[in-house]
Design a protein around this ligand. Structure first.
Ligand code: ATP
Ligand code: MG
Length: 449
């Protein structure tokens, strides 16, 4: 972000002027050396937390016990951390003891990977005791020190390893990978939120396929606290079917495609995303897309093409799905189908890309059209949806109040059912959206009950 580097430079200069050492460190250096956008700047310093606070009155003691002060400078927040070492990782996650030290190399040694253990002064001189720059050139994730030990200290590092390898499209050094495999059971000590956050960055990153491959080979996820109801084989099969994952822009659609490829029902996905502590909005968005899939699969299996009017039946069922789950979820499902290279209903017998890209009926539990005469294209579904004159109850030209008055009935659950029937009829073009037509239709529907 503009001005962040200047602000960080001012903080480093301020620390130097106060008689301390200070360097840019970690992710910002790694990303800058890789020519990637830098999203935040960490500063490491010999100054003790109190000394940092004395120099910069505008600050927040974010992690005082661990030596981290957030300094506010020119509208930016910079994390300033005192040189420290850590020890006694009793819970395989957080160190029990943090000791402030005088030598920046000691501080670099506690960091996870060589590419994250480089620091750089205001003069541009880099300190890189563990070959981080070499590993950046080699495109290699390598632990600082003994991998097995480092993963034992903090099991989250194993997922960070996979995440960096995936996001940066790097290889993992042999010893580091071996250490990871030996320590993978320790993932059971890591809080679900932490695991989810790392897996999110893998799946939503630029090379999700690479990440899935590494996750698969690492065997990490089934060892975590969060439920993981698939075998390695199932995950491998799903990974092979999600080639389009990296092209989906929408996070919700990446999860939906993945869960779809894993054969998860909407209800199972809902439960799983909840257990994985996904935010409610993400979960609802993913589940809605999977519900559209289920509605569409059900429509396809019910509309036998030799029956006259099968196309019309499919149109109505599609409109019902759009009404039930929302335009955004319906559009999401179409985007997902297109990313998977599929038509909405595969031609029977023909080898469509859908067969390779999305799971078949046997694995997804959903039935594709067994005998659809012609594929329904996603653009056909899009134009059916676009032609809907309305999408919500609020757009109906009558209110529930008016309907109860005309029918002379007390409101009850019947009213919602009836309003939805009116909505569906108007949306499908069977009924004009004016009060007279709607109230007449309401009387007819009520009589036919
Ligand atoms: P990003 O911010 O893109 O995730 P980053 O490298 O900045 O990457 P942070 O989590 O912000 O990652 O951590 C900042 C630095 O702190 C890292 O570069 C690394 O040096 C160190 N670090 C972070 N987490 C750990 C850990 N679990 N074990 C050891 N060192 C760590
Ligand atoms: Mg960072």
């Amino acid at each position: 972000p503009s001005g962040m580097a200047e602000a960080a430079g001012a903080v480093v200069a301020g620390l130097l002027a106060g008689g301390h050492e200070a360097y840019f460190v970690g992710g910002c250096l790694r990303d800058e050396l890789l020519g990637r956008p830098v999203h935040d700047i960490d500063i490491t310093t010999s100054a003790l937390p109190q000394e940092v606070m004395d120099l910069f009155p505008r600050c927040v003691p974010t992690g005082l016990a661990h030596g981290t002060i957030t300094v506010l400078e020119a509208g930016h927040s910079l994390e300033v951390t005192t040189y420290r070492t850590e020890s006694g990782y009793a819970d395989h996650r957080r160190p029990e003891h943090v000791v402030f030290v005088r030598d920046v190399r000691e501080d670099l040694r506690r960091r996870d990977f060589t590419i994250n253990a480089i620091c750089c002064g205001l003069d541009g001189k880099r300190i890189d005791p563990f070959g981080g720059q070499r590993d950046l050139k080699l495109r290699m994730i390598r632990c600082v020190g003994e991998a097995e030990e480092r993963f034992d200290e903090d099991a989250l590092r194993m997922l960070r390893c996979v995440r960096f390898a995936s996001v940066l499209d790097f290889a993992v050094a042999k010893n580091t990978w071996r250490g990871l495999l030996r320590q993978r059971d320790k993932l059971a000590h890591i809080a679900v939120e932490r695991v989810r956050a790392e897996v999110e960055r893998i799946v939503l990153g630029p090379h999700p396929q690479r990440g899935l491959g590494l996750l698969l080979r690492s065997g990490l996820l089934p060892r975590g606290k969060a439920p993981f109801p698939w075998t390695g084989r199932e995950l491998a099969a799903a990974a092979a079917r999600t080639a389009g994952l990296g092209h989906l822009q929408d996070a919700r659609l990446r999860w939906a495609l993945l869960l779809h490829a894993l054969g998860s029902s909407a209800a199972a996905a809902d439960e799983l995303l909840r257990a994985w502590t996904f935010p409610g909005a993400t979960r609802a968005g993913v589940v809605a897309v999977l519900r559209v899939r289920e509605a569409w699969d059900a429509a396809l299996s019910s509309a036998a093409p030799e029956v006259s009017g099968a196309g019309e039946l499919l149109r109505r069922r599609w409109i019902a799905a759009v009404l039930a789950h929302g335009t955004s979820a319906a559009e999401g499902w179409l985007t997902l189908l297109e990313a998977a290279g599929a038509t909405a209903a595969p031609v029977p017998g023909a080898a469509t890309p859908a067969a390779a890209a999305v799971p078949d009926a046997a694995t997804s539990g959903a039935a594709p059209a067994p005998n659809a005469a012609a594929p329904v294209t996603t653009s056909q579904l899009r134009s059916w949806a676009a032609a809907m004159p309305l999408r919500t109850l609020g757009e109906l030209a009558v209110t529930g109040h008016e309907v109860t008055a005309v029918l002379d009935k007390r409101p009850g659950p019947w009213l919602g059912v009836l309003l939805h029937r009116l909505l569906q009829a108007v949306a499908a073009g069977d009924l004009a959206n004016d009060p007279q037509s709607l109230l007449q239709a309401a009387q007819r529907m009520d009589r036919d009950e």
